[in-house]
Design a protein around this ligand. Structure first.
Ligand code: ADP
Length: 181
């Protein structure tokens, strides 16, 4: 599925983000940048140990929630990994939407700073961190849309969803946002 914003586009697909050929892929990291399960474990496994070595060397203090940091991408096809720290869902009244929006916005800024035409992102916070997928889709897509309207880059923002359910939530949100009936 596809939505166009000026010269840019948002793409949705079901897949494994470690297999994406994009200039940058986004990791859903924890604030210690310590690695873990889910997409984080998959990215570190596919990239190889150099990714953790670089992350620990460059960012020993970790990364605050709502922010993201960049490394190279080890054995992955991408040039960069942006390690974004989304919020843990605590019911929605503890700043979760703003923190999730900030994490996505920072990744899109990093893409511009690193001259990336394409970026692939997962549904940050929707696994172990428990963020409801429909609300996460609204924030992810709303933030991306605003960013692309304001900045006109990157050319391709691809959301790589890991299940049909997550894809459905993102697809319904895109329909409501871009193709209202
Ligand atoms: P968080 O701690 O931010 O919730 P998780 O890794 O637990 O991070 O989950 C974030 C999202 O990434 C979930 O929707 C999960 O299904 C998805 N995911 C897990 N593995 C992959 C993968 N290889 N590619 C893309 N998405 C993935």
């Amino acid at each position: 599925m596809l939505a166009r914003i000026g010269e840019s586009r948002i793409e949705l697909l079901v897949g494994d983000i470690t297999r994406q050929a994009a200039d940058a892929i986004v990791n859903a990291a924890n604030s210690q940048l310590a690695g873990g399960g889910g997409v984080d474990g998959a990215i570190h496994h596919a990239a190889g140990p150099a990714l953790m070595q670089e992350t620990a060397r460059r960012y020993p203090e970790g990364c605050p929630t709502g922010q993201a940091v960049a490394t190279t991408a080890g054995r992955l096809a991408a040039r960069y990994v942006f390690h974004a720290v989304g919020p843990v869902w605590k019911g929605g009244r503890q700043g979760e939407p703003d923190l999730l929006a900030n994490a996505y916005r920072r990744c899109l800024e990093l893409a511009i700073e690193h001259d990336c035409a394409s970026i692939a992102m997962p549904a940050i916070s929707t696994g172990v961190y428990g963020y409801p997928i429909d609300l996460a889709a609204q924030t992810a897509l709303g933030t991306t849309r605003e960013f692309l309207i304001a900045r006109g880059r990157p050319s391709i923002v691809r959301f790589v969803l890991f299940s049909e359910g997550a894809y459905g939530a993102f697809a319904r949100t895109i329909e409501a946002m871009f193709y209202p009936s």
